[in-house]
Design a protein around this ligand. Structure first.
Ligand code: GUN
Ligand code: ZN
Length: 428
């Protein structure tokens, strides 16, 4: 049993629905076998659990483990290419790197680098866009199982447009997906996500076969890309003349529901938003990627008004790294700059988008997303070195909201010195 004594920030009530930051200057979280069993003042915690080991975290700030709802495992070495829009970026930067994962040893190395990227940044749960190669997806799942992270992922499928070595057939996609589901879905913290790359590279038959896999395996997830870039959207409209819109290409294939997370959705129609709200599908908002690829301004206000769930994604490698703190502040910047009128975001909104909203989108809210009694202890400890600008800022912050804003403005993975999943240290 452990008592974590810390300054704690979390957002159990949704700031987009009138909730606010919950902040405790000196809190004791009593954790038994990974479960938070008490949340109280330190003297009471020690009195009730005199044998517990005390972990003193008072020199920093403890937040819930971060939740990344869109991040590409094969693209860790593709981070940092600048100056290209989506389709050129895929051709020149991402896909040549993804083709290398056909080599099993290479995939093993990348899986390790990728999981280190997540944990270093304080990310404890993620919807991970997998690889086109089943062996590479096995590598990710087996290393994620060892690390203990909450990973939802799957085989990426495409049957047109992309380089030959990344293409599959309808039959092969079904048999490989089913094999991966049988091996990994529901094992520990792992879950499977049916993952067509995007309708631009997946024909109707391939999408429909994926829908059948979802129907045959209730409880698995679906993830893909949606409405990211104008050329992509025009291409999808041309390839699917019978579909009402981009979203409908997935919907008519049986791929849209409560367990669907669509990345980007920068340019949705009102009908698409209404349909996503109706079925409970979520959007993964990836602000550094949207900025880097000049995809556009994410219509956060329209999502919220339509009742569509939104959480943050790093979108490594079009995004510029694993830090959801950076994604948070970039989301803030883009809402500030949006010429059509973005939503003004507080630091509590940013924390919510990076933690509880992600847990909600991934249907993990019973277990993680905030640091309430009854949740598992997934947490990140932000503890900048003394004298660093973030440490100075935290020391002189005018309020807890101000301190949290400084964490988003200045915090980097280097400031996140310890990370726990289910009470086990994964960094530090
Ligand atoms: N940002 C992004 N969009 C995509 N659409 C299809 N594939 C990708 C990808 O790898 N990254
Ligand atoms: Zn993506």
């Amino acid at each position: 049993m452990f008592i974590y004594r810390a300054r704690v920030f979390d957002t159990p009530t949704d700031p987009f629905a009138g909730g606010e930051l919950r902040s405790d200057a000196d809190l004791a979280l009593v954790v038994d076998d990974g479960l938070i069993i008490a949340r109280t003042d330190y003297p009471s915690a020690v009195a009730a659990h005199p044998d517990a080991e005390v972990i003193d975290l008072r020199s920093g700030v403890l937040i819930p483990g971060l939740v990344d709802t869109h991040v590409h495992y094969p693209q860790i070495r593709a981070i940092g290419y600048l100056g290209k829009p989506l389709l050129e970026w895929l051709d020149h930067c991402a896909l040549p790197e993804e083709a290398k994962l056909g080599d099993e040893a290479y995939a093993q190395t990348l899986a390790g680098e990728f999981l280190t990227g997540l944990t270093s940044a304080g990310t404890t749960s993620a919807m991970v866009f997998g690889s086109h190669f089943a062996t590479a997806v096995d590598a990710l799942f087996s290393q994620a199982a060892e690390a203990g992270l909450r990973i939802t992922s799957g085989l990426v499928t495409s049957d047109r447009i992309l380089p030959e070595e990344l293409l599959t057939s309808v039959e092969r996609s079904v048999s490989e997906s089913q094999g991966l589901i049988d091996r990994w879905h529901g094992k520990g913290h792992l879950r499977y996500a049916l993952t067509p790359r995007f309708s631009f590279s997946a024909g109707q038959e391939l999408l429909a076969a994926g829908g059948q896999v979802v129907a045959d395996n209730p409880g698995i997830w679906v993830t893909s890309h949606l409405n990211e870039n104008h050329d992509e959207i025009a291409g999808v409209a041309e390839m699917f003349p019978e579909a009402r819109d981009y979203l409908d290409t997935y919907d008519r294939a049986g791929l849209l529901g409560r367990r669907t997370i669509m990345a980007h959705n920068v340019h949705p129609s009102d009908r698409e938003l209404a349909r996503m709200a109706e079925v409970g599908a979520a959007s993964a908002h990836c602000p550094t990627s949207n900025s880097n690829l000049a995809s556009g301004f994410f219509p956060l206000r329209r999502h919220i008004e339509a009742g569509v769930r939104v959480a943050l994604g790093s979108d490594v490698g079009a995004g510029t790294g694993f830090s959801l703190l950076k994604e948070g502040v970039q989301a803030y910047f883009m809402q500030q700059l949006d010429p059509s009128g973005g939503l003004p975001l507080s630091s509590a909104h940013l924390l919510h988008l990076a933690t509880a909203a992600g847990a909600e989108a991934l249907d993990l809210s019973d277990d993680v997303g905030d640091l309430s009694v009854g949740k598992r202890f997934d947490a990140a400890y932000i503890s900048p070195a003394a004298g660093q600008p973030l440490a100075v800022g935290l020391e002189h912050a005018s309020s807890d909201e101000d301190a949290l804003a400084k964490i988003f403005a200045m915090g980097t993975p280097a400031d996140i010195t310890r990370v726990w999943v289910d009470g086990g240290l994964v960094k530090g």
